[in-house]
Design a protein around this ligand. Structure first.
Ligand SMILES: Nc1ncnc2c1ncn2[C@@H]1O[C@H](COP(=O)(O)OP(=O)(O)OP(=O)(O)O)[C@@H](O)[C@H]1O
Ligand SMILES: [Mg+2]
Length: 228
């Protein structure tokens, strides 16, 4: 028998209680995310979806419980180790958070600077990411000259330019019309096909139905395998 592959993320009894709040924002028992996961998370406002993403993305720490990322026990990891792990994770939000006065190419290059990628590699890597999202021809345009759909495609290029192992999306289609939403979901599928695990929070049933795995969140509890 072969050993089961090591999960990308594993949680045991992870909970999150925000300071000054009585109730738990999130309360889980066991949770596992594989390296090839493609998961959609749905649930009412305030149910704990963003809280879950922030814990998965190592933005926030659990209040109790233990969590592993790529085999590293996060409760024992040094700040340096956590910083290294965070570099393998990318976020895409409903809001685009682009540097408006900068070019598309500059926006997509930014993570490469933070990641310490050699300067000589920046343009090739950024252009490859822009090719992936179909915006190579707009590389020299300023971000504030783009449409909403194009801006979200830039944020996706910026997210994947560092080849993350995990792409976390919080309502990535929330500001888009159906055609632009489909284009963004197609790109997310491509990123998944290239080897990243994807976890996407969405209110959009069409977006959720495209993910092979669906989780629901209700009052801080995650239910695995809900129908979209
Ligand atoms: N920084 C914070 N400090 C205190 N309470 C918080 C904080 N962030 C979230 N909460 C609370 O935790 C609960 C879960 O919030 P969370 O943002 O995870 O919900 P959500 O499912 O993402 O909702 P939405 O769909 O509206 O984005 C809510 O009761 C919220 O008020
Ligand atoms: Mg949220």
């Amino acid at each position: 028998m072969t050993e089961p592959a090591e999960p990308l993320i594993e949680w045991k009894d992870v909970t999150k209680t925000y300071p000054g709040r009585d109730s738990q924002a999130l309360s889980t028992t066991t949770l596992r995310i594989d390296n090839d996961a493609h998961i959609a998370i749905t649930g009412p406002s305030g149910s704990g979806k963003t809280t879950a993403l922030n814990l998965l993305g190592l933005v926030d720490r659990p209040s109790t419980g233990r969590a592993w990322f790529a085999g590293t026990d996060l409760s024992r990891a040094s700040n340096r180790a956590l910083t290294r792990l965070r570099r393998r994770i990318a976020f895409v939000f409903q809001e685009f958070y682009l540097l408006e006065a900068r070019t598309v190419l500059e926006n997509v290059t930014l993570p490469l600077i933070y990641h310490g990628v050699p300067r000589a590699e920046h343009t090739d890597a950024a252009m490859a990411a822009l090719e992936l999202v179909g915006l190579a021809d707009l590389a020299a345009s300023r971000a504030n000259q783009l449409s909403g759909g194009q801006r979200q495609r830039v944020t996706l290029a910026r997210a994947v330019v560092t080849r993350p192992r995990l792409l976390l999306c919080d309502e990535p289609t929330g500001s888009l019309d159906a055609a632009n939403a489909d284009a963004v979901l197609d790109i997310i599928d491509t990123v998944h096909g290239q080897g990243a695990a994807v976890v996407m929070v969405t209110h959009d049933p069409r977006a959720a139905s495209r993910a092979p795995t669906r989780w629901g969140v209700s009052e801080g509890r995650i239910t695995l395998g809900v129908a979209a």
